[in-house]
Design a protein around this ligand. Structure first.
Ligand code: ZN
Length: 480
């Protein structure tokens, strides 16, 4: 018999392959840009200016040229930068010195550093990092290290600890509008948006572990205020190698769910190669990767002389610890025994779950969570209804008082959502004595009737009002 798709899955032994993998998370912050007052909205409503530039590499002080820079020079492409009203000014085009650092962004960054137990340096130095692919109009990107690794700077995952090695606060790069072999069109609306960069050690053991790590860091970041949300606001780069060969960097994951498969496919591709060149590759929607450019050498940086050193102490002293969503998730999973997806649902909806637990003493946590998260999901799919938190609370109260059964919950919510008059009698749990009598009557008329047939008759009448299990129990009791 031919093996099905699942059976044919050839597994990769990541340990044997000496698979090494670390990730970098880039998270945009809200508020204004990092070194000017421009908006971070990226609405691009009114284009004000286009600037054309091209790149010429010069040898560094050490006399060597960066391979990635040379590659870009050889391509001889023009870079065209598009400016937008309210979203770009002379700072982005490097025609004016940077303003002082956005204090709110710095505060958020330090708060993340503190919560993740990295060390805040005594002095923060703003650096210029050379950018060779044109993705910064000024050919450099400002960055500052706000967190350095410490003994306790790691996150716990199901497959062990993943060490966090550094956190930087930096300017986001330009966004590509379109490109071909002759020119790249960049939008300056993104350049300068405050961006947090969190790096891990290569502690990641396999593709699924990479997803878990990225997901966990994303959840941690969502614990903070001033974190941008939505598509494109968080990006992951994966660095990996096998058999101690050259490092490959993959960028542009659209969706964390596809991350493991893309990594697996990349590893399988590398396994077939005799020589591996260090390069940056782009994650594609068909789960493969394609070459983007050679991997740049160690970032060339020099200090930003237009801005002073920053003393982080006045800000770090007043920071209050933030309760991380991962901690909340753990409480929901371990104290209340919710499954991971339901627990995530509670967090996503920002529900004060402890309050529900306190209020409804007759119900267990899982039932409450089920009604708050899973029932609305089903109603959305089946009926396109979105019950409000108030309506959910009303229904939970009915259930808590024993006015309705768990089975009736969806129907009651449908009635409430459609603003129909709610006739509670129609949802009341039927009297079991009455059902028993009905059963006796049915059996008397049709002595050969099967349990399944009886069940069918009862379910037709009582579906949603009494659990099927309870009905079966009654049938067994009466039939013997
Ligand atoms: Zn600006």
């Amino acid at each position: 018999m031919p093996k099905n798709k699942e059976g044919a899955k050839d597994s990769v032994d990541y340990k044997k392959l000496k698979f090494k993998c670390g990730i970098e998370i880039h998270q945009q912050l809200s508020g204004h840009k990092l070194f000017c007052n421009c908006s971070t909205g990226m609405n691009e409503e009114k284009e004000t200016l286009q600037i054309k530039r091209n790149l010429r590499t010069s040898a560094s002080e050490l006399g060597e040229k960066d391979i990635a820079a040379e590659y870009e020079t050889r391509r001889k492409r023009d870079f065209i930068y598009h400016c937008y009203k309210g979203e770009t000014c002379l700072v982005e085009t490097d025609s004016e010195p940077p303003h002082n650092i956005n204090e709110q962004a710095l505060e958020t960054a330090l708060s993340v550093v503190k919560s993740l137990k990295l060390t805040i340096p005594d002095k923060l130095m703003i650096m210029r990092k050379i950018v060779v692919d044109g993705s910064a109009c000024s050919s450099f990107q400002r960055t500052l290290v706000v967190g350095m690794e410490s003994e306790n700077s790691y996150i716990e995952t199901q497959q062990g600890k993943v060490k966090l090695t550094s956190i930087c606060l930096e300017e986001d790069a330009c966004k590509i509008i379109r490109q071909d072999s002759k020119e790249v069109n960049y939008s300056l609306s993104r350049q300068g948006i405050p961006l947090l960069e969190i790096r891990t050690d290569p502690d990641i053991k396999n593709p699924e572990h990479a997803r878990e790590t990225a997901e966990k860091l994303g959840l941690i970041l969502r614990s903070f205020d001033n974190i941008k949300r939505g598509i494109g606001t968080i990006r992951q780069d994966v660095n990996l190698s096998i058999l101690n060969k050259s490092r490959i960097e993959i960028k542009g994951f659209q969706d964390l769910r596809s991350m493991p498969k893309i990594i697996e496919n990349e590893v399988k591709r590398l396994m077939k190669l005799k020589t591996i060149r260090p390069e940056v590759r782009k994650a594609n929607s068909d789960l493969t990767t394609t070459f983007m450019r050679p991997l740049p050498g160690a970032a060339r940086m020099y200090p930003e002389t237009d801005l002073p050193l920053i003393d982080p102490r006045p800000i770090s002293k007043k920071l209050r610890p933030t309760e991380l969503l991962t901690t909340k998730l753990l409480i929901l999973e371990e104290k209340h025994h919710l499954d991971s997806s339901t627990a995530r649902g509670i967090i996503k909806k920002k529900i004060n779950f402890e309050e529900f637990i306190k209020k409804y003493k007759n119900l267990d946590a899982r039932t409450i969570a089920y009604i708050l998260v899973e029932v609305p999901k089903a109603l959305k799919t089946r009926e396109n209804l979105t019950p409000s938190l108030h309506q959910l609370d009303t229904v939970i109260a009915y259930l808590d008082k024993g006015v309705i059964t768990k089975e009736a919950v969806p129907q009651v919510l449908i009635s409430l959502s459609k603003h129909k008059k709610l006739n509670m009698n129609q949802f009341k749990k039927p009297d079991t004595k009455q059902i028993e009598q009905e059963l006796r009557h049915l059996i008397k008329n049709q002595p050969d009737i099967t349990a399944n047939a009886l069940m069918g008759i009862l379910m037709k009448k009582y579906r949603g009002k009494i659990p099927g299990k309870e009905l079966m129990h009654l049938i067994k009791k009466i039939r013997g």
